[in-house]
Design a protein around this ligand. Structure first.
Ligand code: GRG
Length: 291
């Protein structure tokens, strides 16, 4: 895991060298290079290794997915979205660089990331095109943006009421979990498998794993928002409850959410077993999420 993180950090540092106009590169570098967990690129590289690929060939796409993730964090923290002052233990991007630069840094990352995928000459044109298609779907109105808009809308609908009195639908929560969070886990795992030239059955297994793992991860994040500390999470906590957000905790309660989390992580372990995948990294990730 540490080796992958080092590879990713060095490559990101290299990709994001500061040049004119400095302010945009400094703002992009700031959030990307803060010490996040690097979960998505690590899963991408590990999927590539598992299916017999050369990890170096998946590295540009793994970094691109981390850039897309960082972009979503920068925009999510803006006052017009979740209005968060802290991220990864430090002031949010817009708190340091101002809102205009933070918006542009997010936009720049969103477009810089696929450029890195396209410029990777180690993969065939066909594989590159397929990964780019997946990237665009995951980032746009079929993916992250869809998740974010339903998340914001659910918050507005719940304002002034409680989750219980409004009886929000599990299907709405599931849409948010799938599109806001699981989408990048699926993208990472599928991309790693594609870079390794894995067969369609293996790529489909990564979709299944990514959906379950990503949903479990979002539920764990919802639980930790109520039970963790700033030091552990690096962001302001308790905001979901304050904002009356639709989360696994608001819908099912803390215990109910934990049960769902454990069921999902059990299902992830079952996918690994059925697929005969031996991966200490996947196991470690699942055990960490299980809280
Ligand atoms: C793609 C154009 C475009 C817009 C993005 C703002 C937005 C639309 C989507 C929000 C997506 C979002 C912030 C989802 C939350 C997912 C989540 C639990 C993130 C935290 O991930 P960690 O814990 O973070 O892996 P680190 O900092 O460790 O990388």
């Amino acid at each position: 895991m540490e080796n992958y993180i080092k590879l990713v950090d060095e490559k990101l540092d290299d990709y994001l060298r500061v040049q004119y106009p400095e302010s945009i590169f400094e703002s992009m570098r700031y959030t990307v290079l803060l010490p996040g967990k690097r979960l998505r690129p690590v899963l991408c590289l590990e999927a590539c290794r598992i299916f017999g690929g050369n990890v170096a060939h998946a590295l540009p796409a793994a970094c691109a997915i981390e850039m897309l993730h960082a972009q979503s964090l920068i925009h999510d923290d803006l006052p017009c979205m979740d209005n968060d002052d802290f991220r990864r233990g430090k002031p949010s991007n817009h708190k340091v660089f101002g809102e205009a630069v933070a918006v542009l840094a997010g936009d720049a990352l969103l477009t810089f990331a696929p450029q890195m995928i396209i410029e990777n000459s180690a993969l065939s044109a066909e594989t590159t095109l397929r990964i780019i298609k997946e990237y665009c779907k995951a980032a746009g109105a079929y993916g992250l943006i869809a998740g974010q808009i339903v998340d914001i809308r659910s918050e507005t609908q719940l304002a002034g009421s409680t989750a219980a009195t409004l009886n929000p639908q599990p299907s709405t929560l599931s849409f948010i979990q799938t599109h806001k969070t699981a989408v990048l886990f699926k993208l990472a795992l599928r991309t790693g498998a594609m870079a390794a030239g894995a067969g369609e059955d293996k790529i489909a297994a990564m979709t299944d794993l990514g959906q379950k793992l990503g949903t479990a991860f979002q539920i764990a994040d919802d639980i930790l928002d109520e039970t963790s500390t700033f030091e552990q999470m690096g962001k302001t906590l308790g905001k979901d409850k304050d904002a009356n957000k639709l989360t696994a905790v608001s819908l099912y309660g803390l215990e109910g959410a934990k049960q769902k989390l454990h069921t999902l992580t059990d299902e992830c372990f079952a996918v690994l077993k059925t697929q005969n995948i031996q991966s200490k990294i996947f196991e470690k990730t699942l055990n960490k999420i299980r809280i």
